[in-house]
Every structure is written in C-alpha cells, then in structure tokens.
Design a protein around this ligand. Structure first.
Ligand code: DGL
Length: 265
C-alpha cells in the first residue's frame, strides 16, 4: 500500500492528489498545506530554502511517510535539492510540463503560466533550453490566480473577469495570438481549468504535470522494499494556519481527507 506525504502551500496539491488517486487508489496520503507562508510565489529563494528543508524534515519525522510529493512547482523549482538533503526518504518534485508542451505545439509558441517565483527560476530556464529551444516561450507569473483557486475551493464564486484580466496580457499581440499550448506550472492552476478555458477565445491546450507525477509516484513506490507501518483510519489533511472554514474543510473531505487538522503555528 504505502504512504505518501503530499505537500503544497495550499489547496494546489489537491490537483495532484486527484491524479495519484486515479493511478494508485490504495496509496495512503497525508496532505499538508503551508497556508501560513502562502503565497510561495512571492517569497525569495532564500526564504523558501530556509523554511522548507526544516519543515519537511519535521513533518517526515512526525508523519513517517514512505515518500514526499512536493506538489508545488515553486517549492520544487527552488528548494528540491535542499529538501532531498534534509530527509532520508525519496522526494518527488513537480517539473513544469515544458517538454510535452513544446512537443505538442504546432505554432512553436508556448506559454508558461506559473507563480512569479517559478517563472524566474534558473530551473525553468534550463527546461526551456533543454526541451523547448525550438519554441518562442512566453513567461507569465501570477499570484492572483493562486488566490482565486484558493477562494474557489473555499466555496467562493470565481470572478471570470478577474481570470480574463489576469491572463489577457499573455495572449496580447502577435506573439500571444500564436500561443497554442500553455503550461500550467503551478499546481493551483488546474483547479481553475474551466475558468481559464472560458477566458480565451483562441484554441489552446492547457498542460499540467499531475498525471506525470502520479506515474513517477507509482515507479518510486514500486522500488521501495520495506514500507513503513501506517496507522489505519481516516486520511488526514494538516493545515498550517488558521484557514479552517467549514467550506474549506469540506473541500478536503471531498478529496478524501476526512480528518482535517488546523495547526496553528
Ligand atoms: N501551488 C504552488 C505552485 O505550484 C504555489 C502557490 C503559491 O503559494 O504561490 O507553485
């Protein structure tokens, strides 16, 4: 069976949970949302490199999972090696889906829609050089979309105009009009896929990394010889911060985490 710790700054990792559950229905998951420190996309590299290795070490010691899934592009593109060095179990990160987007694009113009932090990272530059050197790549960072996804999953209606306003600059001009594939390089954004689709008139493929992470989780789990003992009972979501409204708790229930615990640090 096995046990994975799924980590994000908020509800974004739930888009990854959906894909993992499809592929590995028996895998036990514990979800941790670092609400207090969100948005990660506005934090410096140094802030994330200081906070995350220590936090993930503490969580690993407490929860005792077999693997960690960093279901957050910002954390993965910033601090993955530091987190890996801090814990003694496999850590799977999210790789923005630049390679599949470049492959699928006919116009050879793609966009990477992530947090402001992710689109600035050297890691993303390297992915573009390695896998999309034949493409014109438009980079767009947004924290407002992170906030809109959080609100949506807390039961609030999403203002479609706000989504449109946010992504309109990406599709502006001749360059924008050529975009035919958009990399959803933030795990919050697949949660807004319907709204994103409804906000553009040109034909665009929206590509995220959820299914690829689920596949990787399956591969890594298959390679673990001795699984750690797991406590049976309801699967838990631990929310670091005070955001435990009934609507938000219901969202975690809907994704299978029937025990939701608010950790007020
Ligand atoms: N869900 C996160 C990501 O994939 C980050 C959201 C944030 O806290 O800025 O990048």
């Amino acid at each position: 069976m096995g046990h994975a710790l799924i980590f994000d700054s908020g509800v974004g990792g739930l888009s990854v949970v959906t894909e993992i559950r499809k592929r590995l229905p028996a895998l036990r998951m514990t979800y941790v949302a670092d609400d207090m420190f969100r948005p990660y996309g506005e934090k410096t590299e140094a802030q994330l490199k200081t906070r995350l290795p220590r936090l993930l070490w503490e969580l690993t010691e407490t929860i005792r999972p077999d693997i960690i899934v960093m279901a957050c592009n910002t954390a993965s593109t910033t601090a993955l090696s530091e987190i890996r060095a801090a814990v003694d179990i496999p850590v799977i990160g999210v790789v923005p889906a630049i390679k599949p987007a470049a492959k699928i694009s006919k116009t050879k113009t793609i966009a990477v829609l992530g947090t402001p932090g992710t689109v600035k990272r050297q890691y993303v530059d390297s992915l573009i050089q390695d896998f999309a050197s034949d493409c014109d790549v438009v980079l767009k960072g947004s924290v407002n979309l992170v906030d809109l996804a959080e609100k949506k999953l807390s039961g609030e209606a999403v203002d479609l105009n706000a989504v449109k306003t946010e992504i309109a600059p990406m599709f502006a001009g001749r360059r924008g009009a050529s975009i035919d594939a958009v990399v959803l390089a933030c795990t919050h954004f697949p949660l807004l896929k319907d709204e994103l689709k409804a906000s553009v008139t040109q034909s665009v493929q929206w590509i995220d990394s959820g299914a690829a992470i689920a596949k990787r989780v399956e591969e890594v789990m298959a390679g673990i010889k001795t699984l750690r003992p797991v406590q049976l009972g309801p699967e838990s979501a631990l929310l670091i911060g005070p955001d435990t409204s009934p609507a938000r708790i219901k969202t975690f229930h809907d994704f299978g985490f029937t025990r939701v615990v608010g950790l007020l640090a």
